[in-house]
Design a binder for this molecule. Sequence first.
Ligand SMILES: CC(C)(COP(=O)(O)OP(=O)(O)OC[C@H]1O[C@@H](n2cnc3c(N)ncnc32)[C@H](O)[C@@H]1OP(=O)(O)O)[C@@H](O)C(=O)NCCC(=O)NCCS
Length: 151
Amino acid sequence: MPPLEPSISVELRPVRPDDAPGLKTLLYASMSDDEVAEQIAKAIRAQREGKELCLVALADGAVVATAMLISRTGSVGHVVNVAIDEAFRGCGLFGRLLAEFKTVAGPLKLKRLRISAEPENVAALKAYRKVGFCEIARSDGLVRFEMPVGR
Ligand SMILES: CC(C)(COP(=O)(O)OP(=O)(O)OC[C@H]1O[C@@H](n2cnc3c(N)ncnc32)[C@H](O)[C@@H]1OP(=O)(O)O)[C@@H](O)C(=O)NCCC(=O)NCCS
């Protein structure tokens, strides 16, 4: 995987309301502005309750990637809503997002992370395997992956 150009600095941080336009382009194209704002507000509320972490990656102030960690029950966290701007694919951004999720997995008392993708989504399947997810099942039209985290 080629590293990002040294001149391009990508910052990761939790989502904020002003990320709405960027997230609409990247992830929520089919939603209205109000629906996007509600999704973000929901994520921020869940974040405050320690149940979720929605990260955005920014380059030059623009949202170029996002992913969310959800941990509603038990010791399994689910990584969902993964999207990387086409211009920023193939340079390790998913690995950086995942590294942040691994950091918070301990405090959230998570033992495993899961992620899934449609079997046709070759880029996602490859990207998830590359960062260490192992396939555990194929069900309901999805390939399901898992990795241990924490101790
Ligand atoms: C899935 C996604 C997050 C992966 O991020 P990424 O930065 O592209 O991941 P990587 O480049 O690290 O890995 C993708 C691999 O798939 C390969 N790939 C990409 N498109 C491919 C295709 N159509 N056929 C075969 N391989 C493909 C890449 O070459 C790369 O392989 P390599 O590491 O051997 O070169 C990104 O492609 C994306 O945002 N896609 C659109 C949204 C999406 O599908 N989200 C996931 C929903 S489950």
